[in-house]
Design a protein around this ligand. Sequence first.
Ligand SMILES: [Zn+2]
Length: 400
Amino acid sequence: MRNALDQGGGIVRLAPNWVPRSFCVPGRRIKLHPDDYYALGGERGGIDERWFSSTTPAENGPLTGKHEGLSKIVFEDGGSTQLVILRDAVAELGAELIGGRLWDEFQAWPMYSKFFDNKFALPHHIHHRDEHAALTGQRGKPEAYYFPPQANNYGAEFPFTFFGFAPGTTPDQVRECLVNFTKGDNKITNLSQAYRLEVGTGWDVPPGILHAPGSLCTYEPQTASDVFAMYQSLAQDTVVPEALLWKDTPADRMGDIDWLMEIIDWEPNIDPLFRENHFMRPLPVHPVEEMEAAGYLDKWICYRSAAYSAKELTVLPGRSAVIHDAAAYGMIMMQGHGTMGAWNIETPSMIRFGQLTHDEYFVSEAAAREGVRITNPSASDPIVMLKHFGPRNPDLKLEA
Ligand SMILES: [Zn+2]
């Protein structure tokens, strides 16, 4: 593990980490070979997710693969290519990899990001806050969305997302929908409102807020937790099993509608200024002219949560720039090619299931602080990468 870190000058290369979901239909925008979206077999469902910098196993039922969801480090050892699980490397290297600040608090890498590439919308669902998730031994789960232009050549079946409930909705109306869950269509989104999704922007979704994510391909930084409950019984003619309504309910609250109501953080769900408080248009990290003069453009794309943050970094054609960050991060290439520190970086247009790439890395806190030189040899094509950070990035000044 130390060899892998030394080889890369404090940056480790990661292998593509594909995850199937039996309840989703692949949107086919995450660059897998067209023959490989069902590479794990029909029973497992299509592959509609690629997870980044993940130390979190996927919860996909009894057929889940041994290391499903866990990112792996790729390194060379005496002429052969080796893989080691990122979670094990974090446990072994600790502060050396993720920095003392996060290691002291979590003794783990506490977030991951993913591409979520679903052809249809998801049912209106909710992630529990810490106090409710703790009752089943889990952590609450905030999540954020960014819709990268490079992965959204089409918006698929329903590029609109429902959030919360329309202002004026009463708890009794929501309660009635939950009581009706097993009676066919419980019509819970009739009480909600949907927003048209815009490529190149995003949303912040704290736990306790209902959401039915639309069908754009989504880059999704989130807390390392898979806690959720589905509150919508029928989504575009797909029936949602009742088991998913009661997922992550403590045994003594099973069947108790009051429990489901307690999970809802009511006021933020009916916020008349929901868009103003949760929509994210990218913000420049420094003055644009200053950055362009130095050969790059760095933007905050997820910046409303203390649980994680994310940036989109562009290095302009023919330019080279040293980029400094105060915290460790994972990254995924979206466009272009060149070098990043000791590594070649590139953006494959198609990837076979199981094939290794040079498009995903994890940068240690020490390397991030020292600065990473990124060089773009192309005369015309920018390098664009997305970077995901852990909790309370010291570079990010959160409002209020
Ligand atoms: Zn969600």
